[in-house]
Design a protein around this ligand. Sequence first.
Ligand SMILES: CC(C)(COP(=O)(O)OP(=O)(O)OC[C@H]1O[C@@H](n2cnc3c(N)ncnc32)[C@H](O)[C@@H]1OP(=O)(O)O)[C@@H](O)C(=O)NCCC(=O)NCCS
Length: 178
Amino acid sequence: MENLSIRQARDNDIEEIKGIVKAAFDRPGKNEYFNEWEFVDKVRNDSGFIPELCLIATVGKEIIGYILLSKAFIGKNGGLSLGPLAVKPSYQRKGIGKRLINYGMKKAKEKRFEWIVLTGGDYYTQFGFESASKYGVVLSDNHLENPYLKIKFLNSNREVFGKMRFCDSFYDGNGELL
Ligand SMILES: CC(C)(COP(=O)(O)OP(=O)(O)OC[C@H]1O[C@@H](n2cnc3c(N)ncnc32)[C@H](O)[C@@H]1OP(=O)(O)O)[C@@H](O)C(=O)NCCC(=O)NCCS
């Protein structure tokens, strides 16, 4: 898509972003305690929020995609987590998710982050995300072998392992991952 731009999201974009995130993620039977569209707002007040890594894809004035990279830890080692990522349904499968991820990874590298973790499916392997358990990175003591937990190293350092933690907005009041 030639007329696509990617830029940092601003406060006055939030309602439109929530609309596309809802359209991308809402489905019957969804977890009633967590949804990605309310999270878009909530995470902006989190100490793990990085405004330059909260990005949107636009065509003209229309927002058609959203990606968030926020601070995460593996043990005491700081890095990033990726998600949510959402593309407006009518624009899916046109390479927009791919553009957002590649752009987000480039910005993360420029900021000298060394790794990105996420929970997600096979879509992410094309970008070099690998099973985190291969490196001894786990989500919690209860989820030692989470097949969806993936990691991408942004440079040659692979020396991270242990329990990972997303920023606070990803957990409920009892410390459980939402
Ligand atoms: C998943 C999502 C972000 C992908 O964005 P997209 O712009 O539609 O995907 P792209 O066009 O960049 O996909 C690039 C390639 O990835 C592959 N791909 C796309 N969606 C995929 C999926 N869900 N699973 C596996 N592979 C996928 C395809 O090979 C595609 O290329 P091709 O169709 O030209 O062969 C988007 O479909 C979306 O918002 N889905 C709903 C919300 C969601 O599930 N978010 C991710 C949560 S982990």
